[in-house]
Structures are given as C-alpha cells and as structure tokens.
Design a protein around this ligand. Structure first.
Ligand code: NAI
Ligand code: MG
Length: 475
C-alpha cells in the first residue's frame, strides 16, 4: 500500500496518523496520506511565507518559464496523472485524461497571461502623474474538493503563482494523490521549495487550521455552501479576501424551436459527466411543454444505453466518490420517488462489474416541483430533474428560481429568445446551443447568488490573486 507524506518546503513529511484513500470503483483502500494538524499547517505556511518573500521578485519571464515547464511535465506524465486521478475519484479514464490536459493548459495560459499583464496610467490632471501596479497577496490558501482535484488545482494555483504568490494547498481527504504528484512535478520544473506546499488531511482539522492561520493572505475555496460559510467567517476574522465557488443547480432550458439532436447528447453529458459531481452540472432540465414528452423519452433511452463501470475500464459513467455521497444522492432520489415520477434509473448498482463500488444508475425524474427539495438543492449525482414551462417568462422564472446562479444552458433557434435569456438569467455563465464550463480555461467562471463570489479562470482569474496599488505623484 502506498503511503505518502505531505509536501512541505519541498520535502515529504509524515504524521503519526494517516488518512485512507479509497478507490470508489472497488470500495477498497489503496493509499494512505499524512493526517496534517496545526503543527504541519504552521510549517507549511511558514515555508510559503519565506518562499513568497523572494518569488514575487523573480522576473515575470522566469516565473512564466517555470509555469510552462510545469505544464510540459504534466504533458509528459499525462497517462500516469490521469490514471491516478481516475483511481482516486472514480471518474472514467478519458475524463481524467481530459482534466489532466486542461490542468496543463492552466499553467500555460497563466504563464502567457502574466507576461502581458500590466498596470495602467490614469490621466487625472496636468500636475500629477498617476499609475497603478499589481502586487501579489503573499501566501494564498487553496481548499480543493474531490470532484476535479487536478483542474481546480490548476485554475487556482497557476494564476496565484503567476502573480507572485506562494501557495498552501489542502486537497480533499478523498482525493489528495494527484495534488501531491503535481507538487513533486512543480519542484522538478524548478519551482522553488516552499512555493507550493500540499498539506493532506481532513477538512475539520487540516482545512480549518489552514484557513484560520494568521500567515495566510487570501483563500480560494471550492466546495459546499456550508463549508464556504465557515471559511468566509474565518477569513472575515482577519479581513482577508476569499474566492468562493460553491456549486449550483444549473438548468438546461430547451425551447420548442431547439435542434433536439444537437441538444440531446450535450444535455445528457452535462449531468452524467463525472457522475453529476460537478459544480456546473446541468442538473435541471426546463423544457417547453410541446416537446416535453419527446425530449424526456429520448433522454430516458439514452440513459438506458449508458455504459457504467469502474473508472479504469473507461466507461461513460463511473461511481460516486464515496458511500456517504451515494447515500446522500439516493436520499434525494427517494424524494423524487415520493413527490415526482422516476422515468429511468433510481437505484444503486452492486455486485458483478460494480463490486463494492459506489455506483448509482443515471436517473431521470420528471414532474419535479420547482419549489421542492429536489428542485432546489444540489444533488451532486447523475440525477436529472425535469420541469416543463409554457413561455419564455416562465422559463426565466424557473431558471432563476433557486438560491444558486452558476451556469445555464439555453437551447433555441431564435436569436431574440437567445439574447433575451442571456440578459435575464442570473448566472455566472450562460451557454446558448452548447453547455460546459470546464473546457475553456479562458472563460471567467464563478457564481451569482449562493453559488459564490469572485471569478477564477480567464484573464479575470489572475486579478483575484493580485491587489492593485495606485501611485499618485505630484509634478
Ligand atoms: P466540503 O465542502 O466539505 O469539502 C470541500 C473541501 O473543503 C475539502 O477539501 C474538505 O476537506 C474541506 N473542508 C471541509 N470542512 C472544512 C472546514 N471546516 N474548514 C476548512 N476546510 C474544510 O464538501 P463535501 O462534504 O465533500 O461534499 C458535500 C457537498 O458539497 C456535495 O454533495 C456537493 O453538493 C458540494 N460540493 C460542491 C463542490 C463544488 O464543486 N462546488 C465540490 C465538492 C462538494
Ligand atoms: Mg463536508
């Protein structure tokens, strides 16, 4: 069994206790990591502080060179990283490979972005010269979930390092292995020891100790609303900035004039990708009543044909991350059984090819009351909730009728309907006749309402990891 230390100041450190890492496809423990507590967190933050004092002064071209080298090494190790990611998360191998490639792109993208990132001059009046500069925060903390461990590392660590910060990253206890591996590759690429520390352990201990540490200057968090609130409070105590990516209840809104053949595979993928454990999952289908029966029927047929199996066999749909998550998802499905109508799926899968893995059938639930728990809460499983609408006004009301506002998909052939929906939908990203947030590293991403605040990805993502200084010089 693999036993891995945390990565602090460029070296592995062991702890007395360990944390088991389970393969969700088999239910078996296959690795153990360090169980970091306040002492290890303190070491990591101190190492990052020391590294940050010099990293910010390293010329931009050199910082960019190191980031590009990290990307190149990710490219060289894509097969291994993807395998490890698939094994620890249960996501199908080809999805893990794509995640790994996207992670490499983040390091390339932010290498280029920082090379063309400048302050500005402000023409105030003739007797002053005003200019702005960007500076790093110092040490940034990154609390990462288990659903996209590599991608979320890439989208927050790459811009942070590019801006001149140093990082302490706490991966999720369920899926910490690729972050540790990436930390090693970063060292190999020439990133100074201490610039990226990876502290493994539980949220309540390692995570809480990190977010409460006085040596942290910024926190980037992706995960549940509940923990987002705790971390926001910890940050408020020391008035440090946070970026919160807190999930969603994102709809695909399909008008009667949509191209159904084009919409169908995208809608299905938006809820089955990563077994629905995606903050931007298309977990609601809001469909115009005249095509409701046709579309729901075709989705049910598609769900029935989905290949489900262990991650490393590269099926279309893998298991959920843990038994806890499976129970959670099944309890939402039970509410659907009681108050709506299950059109396909609805159960756990055990035995045979599924063994002791945490599998759940793709599940299609029709007639979901938008005000119900299932219509409102994030399920985080391969469960699609369907509600019908009559006209565009009702579609907007339904789309905006949850506390979340992360992503939306609109399907229509009418350009006026498309623009009107983009205008009226309250969400950080709106897609028209397509859907999918993860691919484009260029696209600013983040939530309205309870989905969070701050933006990561794209050029915008760089700004969040810096602070602007305004210089005013009297002439
Ligand atoms: P979580 O929010 O507890 O975990 C996310 C990260 O926060 C992990 O690294 C965890 O160790 C850490 N954490 C937990 N408690 C902490 C604390 N007190 N202080 C600092 N860090 C802490 O999410 P969990 O429990 O794994 O999943 C529950 C639900 O959260 C999911 O069903 C889903 O609805 C949502 N979620 C949303 C994600 C997203 O991408 N927006 C990702 C993961 C979960
Ligand atoms: Mg939790």
């Amino acid at each position: 069994m693999k036993q891995l230390g945390a990565l602090v100041n460029g070296k592995p450190i062991e702890t007395a206790g360990t944390v088991d890492v389970t393969d969700p496809s088999s239910g078996e423990v296959f690795a153990r990591t360090a169980d970091c507590g306040p002492a290890e967190i303190d070491q990591a933050v101190m190492a990052a502080r020391e590294a940050a004092a010099s990293w910010r002064h390293v010329p931009v071209a050199e910082r960019a060179r190191v980031l590009r080298e990290i990307s190149r090494l990710i490219g060289r190790h894509t097969a291994d990283l993807a395998r490890l990611e698939a094994q620890q998360t249960g996501k199908p191998l080809r999805q893990a490979r794509r995640d790994t490639e996207i992670t490499g792109r983040y390091f390339d993208f932010y290498a280029s972005a920082i090379e063309t990132f400048y302050g500005s001059t402000i023409p105030l009046d003739d007797s002053t010269f005003v200019y702005t500069t960007w500076e790093p925060h110092g040490v940034t903390a990154h609390i990462i979930p288990w659903n996209y461990p590599l991608q979320i590392l890439g989208r927050s660590v790459a811009p942070s390092l590019a801006m001149g910060n140093c990082c302490v990253l706490k991966p999720a206890e369920e899926a910490p292995l690729t972050a540790l591996r990436l930390g090693e590759l970063a060292l190999e690429a020439g990133l100074p020891a201490g610039a990226l520390n990876v502290v493994t352990g539980f949220g309540e201990t390692a995570g809480a100790a990190l977010t409460a540490h006085p040596g942290i200057d910024h926190i980037s968090f992706t995960g549940s609303v509940e923990v987002g609130r705790l971390i926001s409070k910890a940050a408020a105590d020391r008035t440090i900035p946070v970026t919160m990516e807190l999930g969603g209840k994102s709809p695909n809104i399909v008008f009667a004039d949509a191209e159904i053949d084009r919409a169908l595979p995208v809608i299905v993928n938006s809820i089955l990708q990563n077994a629905g454990q995606t903050c931007s999952a298309g977990s609601r289908l809001i469909v115009q009543d005249s095509i409701h029966d046709l579309l729901v029927g075709r989705i049910a047929e598609t769900f029935a044909a989905v290949d489900i199996g262990p991650a490393l066999e590269d099926p279309a749909l893998g298991p959920l991350i843990s038994e806890v998550q499976r129970e959670r998802v099944l309890s939402y499905i039970d509410q659907g059984r009681a108050h709506a109508s299950i059109r396909y799926g609805g159960g756990a899968l055990n035995g045979g090819r599924y063994g002791h893995g945490f599998f759940v059938q793709p599940t299609l639930i029709d007639g979901v009351d938008p005000a119900s728990t299932l219509g409102q809460e994030e399920v985080f499983g391969p469960v699609l909730a369907v509600t019908a609408f009559r006209d565009a006004d009702e579609a907007v009301r339904l789309a905006n009728g949850t506390d979340y506002g992360l992503v939306s998909g609109v399907w229509t052939s009418d350009v006026k309907t498309a623009h009107r929906m983009v205008r009226d939908i309250v969400a950080g990203q709106v897609f028209v006749n397509t859907y999918g947030a993860s691919g484009g590293v260029e696209l600013p991403f983040g939530g309205f309402k309870r989905s969070g605040h701050g933006r990561e990805k794209g050029a915008e993502g760089l700004r969040g990891f810096g602070q602007i200084k305004t210089a005013v010089i009297a002439l």
